[in-house]
Every structure is written in C-alpha cells, then in structure tokens.
Design a protein around this ligand. Structure first.
Ligand code: KG4
Ligand code: ZN
Length: 331
C-alpha cells in the first residue's frame, strides 16, 4: 500500500512516500526563519508550511518515481504540535484524500516517532520498552502489542530536547541546541563538571531536567566571559553526560522491571551520538536488542508518519473528515 505522509507539526515541512516495506522518498525542509529568534515562532512556521508543503509533496512523488494516482492512502500528523501548523497539513491531506478518493488517517506525532523504527519481523520483540526523547516529550513506554502504549514514566518538567535547547541558549550556541551541544561536547571532558542527575534515587521511572538546566546556568554565571568561552566544551560534555546517564539508567530499570529483551530509542534527541553509544554499550553488556532509527528518521520527518499510517490503514483504521487538529494530543 503506497502511503503519502505529511508532517507539519512544528518547524519541519515534510512529505514522504512509503510502501509496506520501504521508504521511497522522505523530503524534509527545515525552516531556517526561526534561528534568529532562538526558538520557533508559530505564525512564521504556519506561513512557511503553506508556502512549501505542495512543492515538497511534488518533490517526494518525483523522487519516488510515483504519480498522485499511485497513492493508496494518506497519513498526516493531527497533534500534538502548533495548531496553525497542524491545520496546514491536515487541510492539504483532507483535500488530497477527497480528490484522490483514498482513505486517510490522522496520526499522533508521538506514535510516528515510536514507529520510525521498522516493526517488521526484524524489529523489536513484544513486550518492549521505548524511550521517546524529543523537544516536546520525554516518555518511557511499555509496548506489549501493536498500537498499545503504556506510559511508565515521563518528565515532570522540561523535555530532554528542551533541556538541550535551553542549555544551548545559556551557552550562546543558537537554536536548535541539541546538535550544537553535541558538536561542542566532542572536544570536552564529560567529567569536568558534576551536574545533578535528578530523580535517580527515586523509585520511579520519571525524569526531571529543569534543575540540571538551572545548574548549568548558575555554573556559567559563576565564570567570567573568557573562562566561560574556554569551558564551553567541558560544560557541554558534562551536561550531555548527565542527560545520557539518567536516560540510560531509567530505561534499563524499565527493561528489568518488565522483563523486556528489546528497547527502541525515538525522537530528535535519539540523534545524539553520545546517547546512541551509551545505549549500544549498555545493551551489548546486558544482552538487550537495541533499535534506533537512522538519524534523519529521529528528528521530525514525514516518513515516520507515513509508516505509522501504512500500518494503521492496513490494520483497518481510518479517519473521518470531521477530524480536527489536537495541539495537546497525548499518546
Ligand atoms: O523530535 P524532534 O525533531 O521534534 C519534536 O517532536 O520535539 O526533536 C527536536 C529536539 C530538539 O530539542 C533538538 O535540540 C533535539 O531534538 N536534538 C538533539 C540532537 N538533534 C536534535 N538533541 C541532542 N543531540 C542531537 N544531536
Ligand atoms: Zn517530533
């Protein structure tokens, strides 16, 4: 089943084509307009989506060597995300579904992240743990069967990606912060500064990152300008190490508690190579199968939405035309 996926929940305009096995095209246009504001400006995001989306869909079709008439179904993110941005994607998806007379489905963006890893026979074995770490979410999930998501833990304040973005702002590294911190951390000592690892000694699977961010802020404020500049790699590496420590320790607690043999990492922060390496090492040591999407499938993209849509449409789900966007949709 050839599915067109559309993702416009935040600042990536993306369209993809997938069949039951392969991603045939995944075009992602990251909006650059936001970088000078240090974060996403909702109105600019909507305007950029409306300008770009049709062209991106055409580009995806061209790359896949397909025509509108080849499309068997459409999948589109309907939440969570920015209302104005989601509306552009949903409107285009409904219009196309009407014109092409094909089934369509609204996809929860978080489910898209989770299903970015192929769930075929070579994929994770049920029950498995999934750690979703993005700019908006930090969730530990138990997935016992297809489309069933039990929340084991979540952040009680900032999301992991949000912490990367805020710390990058403190260090004047620009937006988005994750890639910038990762880059700086490569030349730093991850043990140079000891930052707190919140909730590690609590017997739950929740996370907290706002204290860590504040610690970095206070540490940076205690240095003069030259000192701060010279210590940025060490601060970045030490901060990153604190985040990775907590994410990995809590994930392994969940794996143990629920007797799982597979774990999936998902979301934009799963692009981070320190996080990927730590999970690779820890999984190897403990005999756990690790699944992480390719880097371009971790951050927002339409292939993950198309994949989730392909699986859901083939399982008999579809949406009706009165579906609206839900900006605060939960899993
Ligand atoms: O999943 P995503 O693209 O969007 C949301 O659904 O939120 O995640 C974006 C988040 C941002 O906070 C960004 O800073 C973070 O993922 N991120 C990273 C890296 N690449 C993106 N964080 C750490 N290291 C990275 N390499
Ligand atoms: Zn996302």
């Amino acid at each position: 089943m050839l599915v067109l996926g559309i993702e416009t929940s935040c600042d990536e305009t993306s369209a993809a084509l997938v069949d039951d096995e392969h991603i045939l095209a995944n075009i992602i246009a990251t909006q650059l307009v936001h970088s000078e504001y240090g974060g996403v400006v909702p109105e600019f995001a909507s305007r950029a989506h409306i300008k770009q989306l049709s062209l991106i869909i055409k580009e995806a079709l061209h790359k896949a060597g397909k025509d509108f008439r080849d499309i068997d179904g459409i999948a589109v993110t309907y939440g969570p995300g920015l209302a104005g941005s989601l509306l552009i994607g949903l409107g285009v998806a409904k219009g196309l579904a009407l014109r092409l007379e094909v089934p369509w489905i609204g996809i929860n963006h978080i489910e898209g992240h989770i299903l970015a890893v192929s769930a075929d026979a070579t994929g994770p074995r049920y029950p498995y743990v999934c750690l979703v770490v993005s700019g908006g979410h930090t969730l530990l999930l138990l997935i016992e069967e297809q489309f069933s998501y039990k929340i084991l833990g979540r952040t009680i304040d900032d999301a992991a990606g949000e912490a990367f973005d805020k710390v990058a702002k403190v260090l004047n590294l620009g937006y988005p912060g994750g890639p910038a911190i990762e880059q700086k951390a490569m030349n730093g000592n991850s043990r140079a500064v000891h930052f707190p690892r919140a909730l590690l000694n609590k017997d739950n699977l929740d996370f907290s990152f706002s204290g860590l961010k504040t610690s970095v802020l206070y540490f940076a404020q205690s240095l003069d300008q030259d000192e701060l500049l010279s210590k940025i790699p060490d601060i970045a590496a030490s901060f990153q190490n604190a985040v990775v420590d907590v994410l990995s320790q809590k994930s392994f607690r969940a794996i143990e508690k629920y007797n799982c043999t597979s774990i999936v990492l998902a979301g934009g922060v799963a692009r981070n190579s320190a996080l990927r390496h730590r999970f690779e090492e820890d999984c190897k040591k403990n005999g756990i199968h690790l699944f992480i999407p390719a880097p371009e499938l971790c951050t927002d993209n339409a292939a993950m939405i198309a994949r989730a849509g392909n699986m859901r449409l083939r399982s008999g789900y579809q949406s009706s035309f009165d579906l609206d966007v839900i900006p605060n949709l939960s899993l």
